[in-house]
Design a protein around this ligand. Structure first.
Ligand code: ARG
Ligand code: ZN
Length: 850
């Protein structure tokens, strides 16, 4: 059943303290919870606690055992009569971690016990008021076998430990900060431990601990360095310090998401912790640092100040993503970081905004909360915070953050509370701006310009259109900050325009000839732009704009315009002028990673957004035509670049990363020409690092070259015992462009190392096929859709969250031609007839098929 934002009511009860005891066991873990409960409203006399998939053993009210007739037990709740204003409730439950393949609540990952409680997993551990505005002080005693589980961890500080009969031992933890149940965690296992320490700016000595599977300690150093950089950055940038004496990170192989910010005890997908040059790519290194930072930053934006209810998720996620993006931009090239953020929005978030699950960054209706950990809440949410930052500037933004913590430290609050703090600190009116929180969909800006030769006045006219979305028919104008650059013979001028109504014009009088406008510098708002500019204007922006994002984006526009012409007419002759423009870029003195970005064509998914509804094969042909055309036109240059960087020994610093990026960019162009196919094989054979190995394998896969299978056999032999690398192997297989791909997929899904129970592995095969192999996923027989639907049906029983993520590419069927829409819908209908359809899938299917 649906829950609505408008129905929010404060809880009638508070839980002050909870003392938990876990007696860990594979199938029969006993959880004892003792709570002190306060009645907030005198009229309240019934307390309904959330609980799912629990076996209730006993309930005590003020130390008296209750009989079943004293309480009401349902599938998802336990209701007790409460007489006293202050009472104690003790509840004993039994759970089965090994059979918990949903990976929510308490489960086993390999040999270790671990938990995931956000959003509503705590109710799978014990009966509780499982909502973020109920904040209690937790004490946790963990009991387990000493040999199998030498490390017993929970939130806060270790207060006691000891041995027990029968080879058992225990550790008790106390978290001094009241917290909602979603931040609770328990971990028990045998690990290698990497330790370090950090002294905060006010002198607190913090012990840092990273727990990894045995044998992986050497792969945790990058994560540790990233943690220390994050701690320093948050002190320097926002004056925010860590608040406990210990910070623990545990890496596990079975995890639905990237990571989780549990107080003092983060749990991470091992993919975002483990790295060395042989097994992790430059992108992996970057992502590890970003996710470590993200979870660390949550300690303030999420934990110290948390969400009143789950509709407010973007309060912590949008803000924390913005903070991790700023951190990454400071640690690396700001332009390349920004370009990557924008690619995610354009290729995935815009599609979500336009699809059947369209929702504002603060949703108003939720059936399954796990379905709302979305690109909209996270990435668009971060863009909304970024717009605030652009409007008020870094100085006032920091003051807004200060005021937010001054007002709300230790509380569970709303998005509105955050904006009000920002508005008050910066003394600006954000009334209209708040609409970003309640309106879904991507605004479209239409731009017209005029230069009056007589008066020398330049006019820029901007209109915003907010198309109806599935969830919301009526839209209103938004407050949109638009950064521009005006490029003329007297140089480049930057301006910030604020569009606050459906259409506005701006006049500029300081030009002798028509200036060229670079529109949406830094991607100052999460919008689409409809603005026709000539190739000459775009070429000027590419070389003259101050903003590196604008330079890059002008190049992307050139590519999009060319692809549009190729879609309309496959015999369209691409003008050679394009090669001349690109040749200039190739020789520019920008950093090499940025040049590599400039030569990376918009990906298939970004282009679907531009041209939908589109026949995917026609689109793919157009992309390939353009890529081959550029490769032919610049092959000497690409070959020279390739050779210049081919034989360098691996180093892990920005320049070396840039060199690998531009070399592998050149490789990917050369590989579209059959005469260069053997360089992928050579590179694979000579590579001393995963970035280069993967680039060579990738180009072999996507160009369907003959040597692919031999290369992959050697890769498999070398890495069969390294899970994260085998994930890459499965993804490469799934991306292979060859007619036998469906036979391959069948074989791969029966491979001894394949398992739908491991989310990383499931994503590496199924997600990679649907995302990175569009030619076969969209093959006209519908076989690709059928393969995906088959896997989703199996995952529905094993892990509904993963099933629900993977269904995205089917529910967005409206992006494609009518025949494919029908084929995709057939599969959705088939899934919808499953006998035990999870509510995760049901919510999406109902939205897609209605
Ligand atoms: N709060 C976590 C993060 O952003 C993600 C938790 C996701 N949980 C879920 N049920 N989808 O780092
Ligand atoms: Zn987060």
């Amino acid at each position: 059943t649906a829950r609505y934002l408008k129905d929010y009511r404060p809880s009638e009860f508070t839980i002050n303290t909870i003392d938990l005891t876990f007696e860990l066991d594979d199938h029969k873990t006993i959880v004892t919870s003792e709570m002190s409960v306060t009645k907030k409203s005198t009229t309240a006399n019934k307390l309904t606690l959330d609980g799912e998939q629990l076996k209730l053993i006993a309930v005590f009210y003020n130390n008296q055992a209750l009989a079943p007739s004293d309480y009401q037990l349902n599938d998802d709740s336990l209701t007790l009569s409460i007489i006293d204003c202050e009472s104690t409730i003790k509840i004993i439950t039994e759970i089965d971690p090994v059979n918990n393949t949903s990976l929510e609540g308490l489960f086993k990952s390999g040999g270790a016990f671990c938990t995931q409680c956000e959003a509503e997993g705590f109710r799978r551990i014990t009966y509780y008021l499982d909502r973020p505005d109920v904040m209690a002080r937790f004490t946790t005693k963990v009991i387990a076998d000493k040999t199998l589980y030498p490390f017993l961890l929970s939130n806060g500080n270790k207060v006691s430990s000891g041995t027990l009969d029968g080879n058992f031992h225990y550790v008790t933890w106390e978290d001094p900060f009241p917290k909602p149940s979603y931040l609770f965690a328990v971990v028990a296992g045998d690990f290698d431990l990497l330790t370090d320490s950090y002294v905060t700016s006010s002198g607190r000595d913090v012990r840092l601990e990273i727990f990894v599977d045995k044998g992986n300690k050497d792969k945790a150093h990058h994560a540790m360095a990233s943690l220390k950089h994050s701690m320093r950055w948050d002190e320097d940038t926002f004056g925010l310090e860590y608040d406990l004496d210990i910070y623990m990170i545990v890496a596990v192989d079975f995890f639905n998401m990237g990571a989780m910010e549990n107080k003092g005890l983060n749990v991470f997908n091992s993919k975002f912790v483990l790295a060395d040059k042989e097994t992790a790519t430059d992108t992996d290194y970057f992502n590890i640092e970003a996710v470590i930072a993200h979870e660390y930053f949550h300690n303030w934006t999420g934990n110290r100040v948390t969400c009143r209810d789950w509709f407010q998720l973007s309060l912590k996620e949008g803000l924390t993503v913005f903070r991790d993006q700023q951190f990454s931009a400071d640690m690396h090239s700001a332009a390349v970081t920004r370009i990557q953020n924008v690619r995610v929005l354009r290729s995935q978030q815009f599609a979500e905004d336009a699809g059947p699950m369209s929702h504002p960054i603060r949703p108003e209706k939720v059936i399954e909360m796990n379905n709302f950990y979305t690109l909209t809440v996270y990435e668009k949410g971060a863009e909304v915070i970024r717009m605030l930052h652009t409007l008020v500037g870094q100085e006032q933004f920091k003051q807004g953050i200060d005021l937010y913590f001054k007002r709300f430290d230790g509380q569970a609050v709303t998005c509105e509370d955050f904006i009000n703090a920002m508005a008050d600190a910066a003394s600006i009116d954000l009334t209209l701006f708040k609409r970003w929180y309640s309106q879904s969909g991507t605004p479209l800006l239409t731009v017209e310009e005029n230069f009056d030769e007589q008066s020398k006045e330049y006019t820029l006219l901007v209109k915003q259109t907010n198309h109806p979305t599935k969830d919301q028919q009526v839209k209103a104008a938004l407050h949109i900050p638009i950064a521009i650059e005006l490029i003329s013979e007297c140089g480049t001028k930057a301006k910030l325009l604020e569009l606050k109504s459906n259409s506005e014009q701006w006049h500029f009088n300081d030009f002798k000839t028509k200036p060229i406008v670079g529109f949406l510098a830094g991607f100052s708002a999460p919008v689409k732009v409809n603005f026709t500019q000539s190739n000459n204007d775009l070429a000027t922006i590419m070389t003259k704009a101050d903003d590196e994002f604008l330079r890059w984006d002008a190049g992307q526009k050139l590519y999009v315009d060319t692809i549009a012409k190729l879609i309309a007419d496959e015999n369209y002759q691409i003008p050679l002028q394009l090669i001349d423009i690109l040749a200039v870029q190739l020789k520019s003195d920008s950093d090499l990673a940025l040049i590599a970005e400039q030569f990376t064509l918009p990906n298939f998914h970004e282009l679907v957004e531009q041209f939908k509804p589109v026949n995917p094969i026609v689109l793919l042909n157009a992309i390939e035509q353009l890529k081959t055309f550029i490769a032919q036109g610049l092959q000497d240059e690409f070959l020279a670049i390739y050779k210049k960087h081919a034989d360098k020994i691996y180093q892990n610093h920005a320049d070396a990363i840039g060199e690998r990026a531009i070399k592998n960019m050149a490789l990917s162009y050369l590989m579209t020409l059959s005469s260069y196919h053997d360089i992928a094989e050579q590179q694979y054979a000579n590579s001393d690092n995963m970035t280069d190995s993967l680039a060579s394998l990738n180009s072999a896969a996507t160009n369907g070259i003959a040597a692919f299978d031999t290369m992959m056999a050697s890769f498999e032999k070398r890495w069969s015992r390294t899970a994260l690398v085998m994930d890459k192997w499965f993804s490469l297989q799934a991306a292979y462009k060859g007619n036998d791909v469906f036979e391959r997929l069948t074989k791969l899904s029966q491979h001894p190392l394949f398992s739908l129970k491991n989310p990383n592995r499931a994503r590496s095969l199924i997600g990679a096929f649907t995302h990175s192999n569009p030619r076969f996923f969209h093959c006209s027989t519908g076989k690709g859709y059928q393969f995906l639907a088959d896997q989703i049906c199996k995952l529905n029983d094993i892990n509904p969250q993963i099933a629900s993520r993977l269904i995205t590419s089917l529910i967005q069927f409206k992006d494609f031609d009518k025949n494919r829409q029908e084929l995709m819908k057939q599969q959705l209908v088939r899934i919808s007839t499953l006998s035990s359809l999870s509510k995760d899938l049901k919510e999406k299917l109902d939205a897609a098929l209605s």
